[in-house]
Design a protein around this ligand. Structure first.
Ligand code: 5RP
Length: 223
């Protein structure tokens, strides 16, 4: 199966976690796009969605799924999102689509995080994928030096040759060369650095379930 087919498979499999009559939390990315397409087939059975990005909001609305502001909903039963990496405990690296801040916010208001990913995302130790960090632009050089001091190389993410600007009007640093052996400690530490809006390690908001697309079908990992 191709990677795209595996994404379709897990996107469809995630429907079983959607609670009828409720609002579902929706992430961002190419795997989530498959989930949104599948969600549209049962849209009459749900109240709507809370979205983690402008891109997902536009896709949901184009398919006739009502989108609620996260402030309108106290708690969500389930949040469904992809990941760039996931380890054996459900800790993830996210933010390849630059939506990490809103993703962490929606994940935090959800009882359960269902991660949908193809098997290429499963790692033993986080850090193979460049770690996304959303930052306030005036802190860029200081943060580049702080990551260098821990052995990482940080560069400002570009899009079409220009500095990428997130949905929140900020920038992204992508950090290579890290081995994140203690994701909880790492997230706690980097989140406190002045100028960091959100670090793309999801250890406090880790997955409770991962639907992993493999050549043998969907594997369900529970954490
Ligand atoms: C976006 C994300 C995505 O979930 C992550 O990048 C995975 O994306 P894809 O499903 O396209 O591989 O964190 O900010």
């Amino acid at each position: 199966m191709t990677q795209d087919e595996l994404k379709t498979l897990v996107g469809q499999a995630a429907l079983q976690y959607v609670v009828p009559g409720e609002i579902v939390g929706v992430g961002t990315g190419s795997t989530v796009n498959k989930f949104i397409d599948a969600l549209a087939t049962i849209k009459d059975q749900i109240k709507g969605a809370v979205s983690s990005s402008v891109a997902s909001t536009e896709r949901l609305q184009a398919l006739g799924i009502p989108v609620f502001d996260s402030n309108e909903v106290a708690e969500l039963s389930v949040y469904i999102d992809g990941a760039d990496e996931i380890d054996g405990q459900g800790h993830m690296v996210k933010g390849g689509g630059a939506a990490l801040t809103r993703e962490k916010i929606v994940a935090a208001q959800s009882k359960r995080f269902v991660c949908i990913a193809d098997e290429s995302k499963r790692v033993e130790v986080l850090g193979k994928f460049p770690l996304p960090v959303e930052i306030i632009p005036m802190a860029t050089e200081r943060l580049v030096r702080q990551f260098a001091a821990m052995g990482g190389t940080a560069s400002v993410r570009l899009k079409d040759g220009q500095t990428l600007v997130t949905d929140n009007g900020q920038h992204i640093l992508d950090v290579t060369g890290l081995q994140i052996t203690d994701p909880l400690a790492f997230e706690a530490q980097v989140s406190q650095w002045p100028g960091v809006v959100t670090v793309g390690v999801f250890a406090f908001q880790k997955a409770s379930v991962c639907l992993l697309g493999t050549g043998e079908g969907v594997k369900t990992l529970e954490f």
